[in-house]
Design a protein around this ligand. Structure first.
Ligand code: SAH
Ligand code: SF4
Ligand code: F3S
Length: 441
């Protein structure tokens, strides 16, 4: 029997969907060692912190929570603490994990989580701390066991890394260059998830999904991949994130329009409403280009649900630049906006820009933006009236609910619901207090 057999593990995850999915792979690796999952971090024999460093706050949160485990480790020195993910891959991060957290046993980066079992064994066998940060992936990150939390939506990686180097962003430094998975491999994984495991949504993951296939020997593209996946038989839908406005091409709009299996929802980060800020961000597009895409999307798919990311207080952002962002929100009318205060990341160009915006200004701006977006969203509820949406039908607290591709709930009163989780068309008949209700069509 191996050392790890029947011992307990606990995984803590920070950051984006990419990390959420990688934690599912980590759980797969630990369960293959014979370990069992526990919700109690203090009881766990192995604790893994899968970290994020996109903003300073994310780093602080992870660091403080790791540091808080010191007592638990003192009580049980055999407890193994692992730190992995973007924060440990970072070259000049805020915290030096090796020296500041001497009770951490294993530190690995983003390119070698697939080797976790070997590192754990090494820790037990040698009694020494293990530090393994490598620059590039050396082996396939997929294909192993994966323990997914969600039973309805499954994440699937399609492309790793990012080549964009937006001046504020740490991701290209901690995730390496773009690397697409072969189409056949993705196809097989999705088919298994849909046909053998009953998943209703497949969310394709990549920092820039629109770059898919450019680096493959057998050249491919994101729209080719989408079309191929739509050939898989079954009652399911495909979502994807994240799209980059520079690489978002008309063929993708066409597939979104014509393929019923592609969800009518899109997350298209704009970052700022000011073209001069976009240039300083190295985003490779201006607002005119962005608005052209939005117009095409709305024309092709009238019911589309749109969401975006915004950074407020990027270096050099003036009141005028910021007002252009507010103007953009009023124009596009997103269903959801994720707004962040700019956070300087060491090693990125923008961190050295001299015209940093003071924190109190960032604070004021983000609050103003969020207030505006709240009003827009309330106003937006009206647009659902009498419209029909293809929804996933579920039972919530005894009432049937249809969930739109954009995640909006439509209550379906008096509906006899027999079989859980299937897609059907729902027409909105009533809106009260911003709550929607409707009937199955
Ligand atoms: N690859 C995706 C997502 C990257 S990270 C994309 O290109 O959109 C998710 C979001 O975090 C970004 O869209 C951006 O809005 C935000 N972000 C990234 N770096 C940041 C920083 N240094 N400060 C504040 N927000 C940041
Ligand atoms: Fe970061 Fe830009 Fe790459 Fe997105 S596209 S991960 S924001 S560098
Ligand atoms: Fe964070 Fe890394 Fe994702 S920095 S946002 S976990 S790619």
């Amino acid at each position: 029997m191996s050392y790890f057999e029947n011992k307990l593990y606990h995984v803590v995850t920070y950051g984006c969907q990419m990390n959420v999915h990688e934690s599912e792979k980590i759980r797969g690796i630990l369960s293959t060692l014979g370990m069992l999952e526990t919700e109690d971090i203090d009881k766990a024999n192995v604790v893994v912190f899968n970290t994020c460093c996109i903003r300073e706050g994310a780093e602080d949160r992870a660091y403080n929570n790791i540091a808080a485990l010191k007592k638990s480790k003192q009580k049980d020195p055999s407890k193994i603490i692992v730190v992995c993910g973007c924060m440990s891959q970072q070259k000049n991060g805020k915290y030096n994990l090796k020296t500041r957290l001497p009770f951490v046993d294993v530190v690995i980066g983003t390119h070698n989580i697939n080797m976790l079992a070997e590192y754990l064994k090494k820790r037990v066998e040698t009694g020494k701390r293990v530090f393994e940060i490598i620059d590039k992936p050396t082996a396939d990150m997929d294909g192993g066991r994966c323990i997914r939390d969600d039973k309805i939506n499954a994440y699937v990686n399609i492309i790793y890394g990012c080549n964009k180097f937006c001046t504020y962003c740490i991701v290209p430094y901690v995730r390496g260059r773009e690397m697409s998975r072969p189409l056949r491999e993705i196809y097989q994984e999705v088919r298994d998830l849909v046909q053998n495991q009953g998943y209703k949504y497949i969310t394709l993951l990549g920092q820039n999904v629109n770059s898919y296939g450019k680096d493959l020997k057998e050249k491919s593209s994101f729209s080719v991949l989408l079309k191929a996946l739509c050939q898989i038989e079954g009652d399911f839908k495909i979502k994807f994130m994240t799209s980059h406005p520079m690489d978002f091409t008309d063929d993708v709009i066409q597939v979104m329009k014509t393929e019923p299996k592609v969800a009518k929802a899109l997350h298209l980060p704009v970052q700022s409403g000011s073209s001069s800020i976009l240039e300083k961000m190295n985003r490779h597009y201006d607002i005119k280009h962005y608005m052209t895409i939005i117009k095409k999307l709305k024309r092709a798919i009238p019911n589309i649900s749109l969401s975006t990311d915004i950074i407020v207080g990027f270096p050099g952002e003036t009141e005028k630049d910021f007002n252009l962002t507010l103007k953009l929100l009023k124009k596009v009318k997103y269903d959801q906006v994720f707004a962040f205060m700019y956070s300087p990341r060491s090693g990125t160009p923008a961190a050295t820009f001299l015209d940093q915006v003071p924190d109190d200004v960032k604070n004021k701006r983000i609050n103003k933006l969020l207030r505006l977006q709240k009003l827009i969203q309330k106003e937006q509820t009206k647009k659902y009236f009498k419209k029909t949406y293809d929804c996933l039908i579920r039972l919530e607290h005894g009432v049937a609910v249809g969930i739109t591709d954009g995640g909006k709930e439509i209550y379906i009163p008096n509906y006899k619901y027999s079989n859980q989780n299937y897609f059907a068309k729902v027409q909105v008949e009533d809106i009260r207090n911003h709550k929607l209700s409707g009937v199955i069509k």
